[in-house]
Design a protein. Sequence first.
Lengths: 261, 107
Amino acid sequence: MRHPSEYWLKYMLMFSDLSNVQISETASMYGMVAPEADYLSSLREGLMETRPSPFRMDFTPSRNWVRRQRFLSMARADEHAANARELLGNVKCRRVVETLLLANMDIQAVSEFVLEITGISVHKKTVDLYRHYFWNRDLLSTREWLDYLEEYDNGKILASCYSQGGEYALWKLGHRVSLPKEEILTSVFHESAMRFFETSQFDNTRDTAMTAKLWAESLFKANEELEKSGDAVKQVLENLKDIAIKLGKRDITSIDDLGET
Amino acid sequence: MFGGNGIGIQPVIFKESSTKVDGIKFEYHIDGNRVQFHLWANPKFPDETAEKLSLGLKHFPQETIVVDFVPEVDSWYVEVNSLAVSPTDSLVESIIKKIARVVNKDG
């Protein structure tokens, strides 16, 4: 199984002088799921086969090769790469960063929410490099992520954030965000409709009938609310239009003028 | 004797872990590249404690792990030695979390 810290593991294989077992043990100590032995061996093999000889960082072909392997910033201990590694030891920030990245939140937003939730400022480049080296959402398929999270601390919660997105992840982190009412009602409407259709595939039992009834009720209720909110929005827009027309009739230059209308 | 000085023996202080494990109170001591643990019943050790401890430490080579019951004090002694990286408090907590996952899952 692939590992979300693949680029860091590659860096360790190339630069740490540790054996595969020791690297696996180190990953485990950092709270990661220990990478499988076969996987580490295949990574090492791939690296050894393609690395230039002699392999020295003052040798341009070596540096280019490391860049292509995508662990140059770690090899050079760039500031943000080093900070990203430090995040591994920061329980509070790490939890927030991992949860939000997994929910596919934009890097800038992750950085802002980390500050808001933990009070600690983490530069967006650090977040980006943490994503790249340690928590690479794009590297693993959905199935691989779910398998990985099964072994991971708080994996169940993280798995739900993976599928539910940013707002849900923030809620799980105890952060309250304002939600657009119409969007939520539309989601409830959609979910209820799909669940209702789903019941047609079940056996026609009392339980199925009851489930279908409950989803139908939820569907109608969401629809009712959506129509209500739609009307309310229309009403407000109409009112605004009236005001605009009235204002257009006069040349208003001050608050006092506005009061006379 | 001893140049007039007494023999100074530094006390070994074990630190309580912040990670909670069902039925076990963890205390640890970092000594170079090894970590020693004293485990106390809280209030009662879970069933098959030895197996669960070993399972929680399965990612470490077997020869670097000690898991022993100490009947005199009714506690478990666990040691992870020859670690590749120097252990810190947060890394030790991480080891305990791995054990907690196994123990807390089964109750």
